[in-house]
Ligand binder design. Structure first.
Ligand code: PAF
Length: 284
């Protein structure tokens, strides 16, 4: 496994590999790897000849009031994880390598980046699409794997790939959870024992909502109200949003229609830690 820190060097390697007829699978991450990231690497490994794991805590997707400086950085640990999974290359640039002092070109998915997460994190998705586009240009992936936990991010990246004709197939991998249901996230390390216990309400409420849909509930507003009531029972919880969207368009349906797929999306703070979670459901 090679660790590459310079964009030009990574780009030359990726380009040579492509000329040799190799397929490249990329897993973009901000490090602090956990089992969820490894599941993405395993998918990339199965579907491509060469796997490039990118590790970069991207400053442009954090607002000044967010946790950029505090975001967990665990490179040595990440390196051994990657080695065990037989990753071929880690692309691990410095911020100055990715954003020179005269950087001024951004990519923005205009509409979808403003809703949901975008309402609470206004510059977030502009930073994500910009860095992912740069990473794609540097690594020339045939496929790139993202997690369903960041469902809006995955949707926006798929949109960017379609709108801007990137020659990369986006694969969205299922959410990995602990045995008691907490969606794996690098931010879980911030939770106190009590907050972690409260946070289990996220997956519990999603499960209950799925059951309600199974029994015939078709009103998104009613479901959102019921989920809110369940989450509000936990002391440390503070809901940012609970929203149902159509999975194929990220629009808000008035009614759940047979044959469509929806996401129930949650963003909730537990103390100072903000967690997101979701479930994708096919309406039968
Ligand atoms: O999901 C993440 O870890 C980040 O948003 C990504 C896609 C690596 C871009 O910085």
């Amino acid at each position: 496994m090679k660790i590459i820190k310079k964009a030009k060097q990574m780009q030359t390697i990726a380009h040579k590999l492509k000329l040799m007829g190799k397929t490249i699978g990329v897993v973009p991450t901000m490090g602090a790897l956990h089992e969820g990231h490894l599941s993405l690497v395993r998918i990339a490994k199965k579907q491509s000849d060469i796997v490039i794991l990118t590790i970069f805590v991207n400053p442009s997707q954090f607002s000044p009031n967010e946790d950029f400086s505090k975001y967990p950085r665990t490179f040595n640990n990440d390196k051994s994880f990657a080695q065990k999974e037989k990753v071929d290359y880690i692309f691990y640039p410095e911020a100055s390598e990715m954003y020179g002092t005269d950087f001024e070109t951004y990519i923005n998915c205009e509409k979808t980046s403003k809703m949901l997460e975008g309402e609470f994190r206004p510059i977030h998705f502009r930073g994500v699409t910009t860095i992912v586009a740069k990473l794609f240009n540097i690594t020339e992936p045939n496929i790139a794997v993202f997690g369903q936990k960041d469902a809006q991010q995955a949707f926006i990246i798929e949109k960017m790939v379609k709108d801007l004709n990137f020659n990369t197939k986006i694969i969205i991998a299922p959410i990995c959870r602990t045995k008691d249901g907490l969606a794996l996230s690098s931010r879980n390390v911030y939770l106190s024992i009590f907050e972690r216990d409260d946070a289990l309400i996220l997956s519990e409420s999603l499960k209950i909502a799925k059951e309600r849909i199974g029994k015939g509930e078709r009103n998104p507003k009613q479901l959102q109200k019921e989920i809110r009531k369940i989450i509000d029972t936990r002391n440390s919880s503070k809901v940012d949003y609970i929203r149902i969207v159509d999975a194929s368009s990220f629009t808000y349906p008035d009614k759940l229609v047979k044959g469509t797929e929806i996401y129930i999306l949650l963003a909730v703070r537990f103390g100072k830690t903000r967690l997101i979670d979701n479930i994708k459901i096919k309406i039968k």
